[in-house]
Design a protein around this ligand. Structure first.
Ligand code: AMX
Length: 434
């Protein structure tokens, strides 16, 4: 039986030695250069960090440990977590051991409910989630053991302990936020006989007994699990974790970034936009009407939510998976029909508009419409769903960073003045050469 900890314990020293050797032999080899545009442009495309949990191919989308995300859509979220951490899918024994461990750790301390209940009624659910996570920091095993003099080679084990506890608690906390924030009644207790995704679906208390909703929640958790290490949430968590702040601090920080409109909030904005289309026309608009609506949005200087991406240059396969799900399970839903029609119209308009480097849909273009169909009708909550899934990637990246002794992250910044000086020196050196 492949056990998570045994695999990691065997792998880390070997992997660490490989990295050390590479640094010894090739440490000065250049892998990326930075242009002026990149220095001012959010470091887009600068290859300056290694992330092994996943990779985003601009044309093919997300690969989790080398497997295209489209080939993982029938897997359970727990299998994906195992894959993210170890690089391999679990066998039946490895899966059930992990599931048992998550069930065992899935107990939320009562003070978390006190914290959430004390928050103002109009708090954003993402602020509530972040607050719940940070309130539990006092329980960090990493922090306790570090203070007691934990050996560096054992950092990952304590990080994994914290990570699994957090992951086990997150769906329970997220579902409770949904029920508390939107006055949906009492919390629903976790059911130890259900898998991670089914349990989350059940605790939300919508579409009860509808197998399609359970499938959607599992799919949602799988598709959002990770997206390399340079996106805002993963990168933020990574930077915070590199100071050896524990996973409670680093996950909470990363999720604060996920809450931004250009990142994880886009699924909420995207559905709001779709609803505004339905409101404007009182029906699903035809192609011509929709095209005019899209142009009108662009002319006011706004972006089309759910379209474009910093790395992707083709349709996001995660969007395709949701589209397929919608076509199978709710083809007659007007909101889903707008999603489908936008896919036909928006890329054409964005290409003509000529600004966005990627005119194709990202994951957020369709996910909200499906959640809405099954009764998750509070848009503000969608980023929390995203967060529960993305936490798997962030926790995995953090365990790997500790296992591979990642140092503190500290890139160099320069002033406008220094930058101009560098340009001047380069230009005159070039002129002298010719
Ligand atoms: N609609 C209209 N214009 C868009 C656009 C869109 N969907 N996407 C990009 N553009 C514009 C940009 O605003 C920018 O305009 P500017 O030069 O006037 O500032 C120009 O095209 C170039 O941008 P880019 O290099 O193509 O994109 P980026 O890497 O700077 O940003 C992203 C990427 C996702 C923030 C951007 O495409 C966007 O705002 N999309 C809409 C919001 C969204 O869907 N976000 C979700 C992303 C996925 C995620 O993290 N969940």
């Amino acid at each position: 039986m492949a056990n998570l900890r045994e695999i990691l314990r065997a792998r880390f020293p070997e992997h660490w030695e490989e990295i050390r050797q590479l640094i010894r032999e090739q440490g000065d080899t250049t892998i990326s250069e930075v242009t002026v545009r990149q220095a001012y442009g959010g470091m887009r495309g600068v290859k300056a960090l290694v992330c092994n949990t996943s990779y985003v191919d601009p044309d093919k989308g997300l690969f989790v440990r080398g497997i295209p995300i489209g080939d993982l859509t029938d897997r359970l979220p727990e299998e994906i977590l195992f894959l993210l951490l170890t690089g391999e899918l679990p066998d039946a024994g490895g899966l059930s051991t992990l599931q048992d461990e998550l069930t065992m750790r899935g107990v939320v301390p009562s003070y978390v409910w006190d914290v959430l209940e004390a928050m103002p009624e109009d708090s954003h659910p993402m602020a509530m989630l972040s607050m719940a996570i940070i309130s539990m920091q006092r329980e960090s095993v990493f922090k306790l053991k570090y203070e007691a003099g934990l050996a560096k080679s054992e950092f990952w084990l304590a990080a994994l302990d914290d990570g699994l506890t957090l992951l086990a608690r997150l769906p329970i906390i997220a579902a409770a936020i949904f029920r508390l924030r939107y006055k949906r009644g009492k919390r629903i207790l976790p059911n130890p006989n259900l898998d991670y995704g089914a349990n989350f679906a059940n605790m939300l208390g919508v579409s009860e007994g509808d197998d399609r909703f359970t499938k959607l929640v599992r799919l949602y958790l799988v598709l959002h699990c990770d997206h390399e290490g340079g996106n805002v949430s993963a990168f933020t968590s990574r930077v915070v974790g590199s100071a050896l702040s524990d996973i409670y601090y680093s996950l909470s920080a990363g999720l604060n970034g996920l809450a931004g409109p250009l990142h994880g909030l886009a699924n909420q904005t995207s559905l709001k936009y779709i609803q505004s289309i339905l409101d404007a026309f009182g029906k699903v608009p035809n192609d011509k009407e929709l095209e005019e609506f899209i142009w009108a949005t662009l002319k006011t200087g706004r972006v089309i939510p759910g379209y474009g991406h910093a790395v992707l240059r083709k349709t996001d396969p995660r969007f395709s998976a949701f589209l397929e799900f919608g076509k199978e399970h709710c083809p007659d839903d007007p909101i889903f029909q707008v999603v489908d029609r936008m896919f036909k119209i928006v890329p054409k308009v964005l290409k003509e508009h000529g600004k966005a480097k990627n005119p194709w849909p990202n994951v957020d273009a369709g996910s909200g419409s499906l959640l809405f169909h099954f009764g998750l009708d509070m848009f503000d909550f969608y980023t929390v769903m995203f967060a529960v899934s993305r936490a798997m990637g962030i926790v995995s990246q953090s365990v790997l960073a500790r296992g591979l002794m990642a140092p503190i992250i500290r890139p160099k910044t320069i002033t406008d003045e220094t930058l101009r000086k560098i340009i001047k020196e380069k230009t005159s050196a070039k002129a002298n050469k010719s």
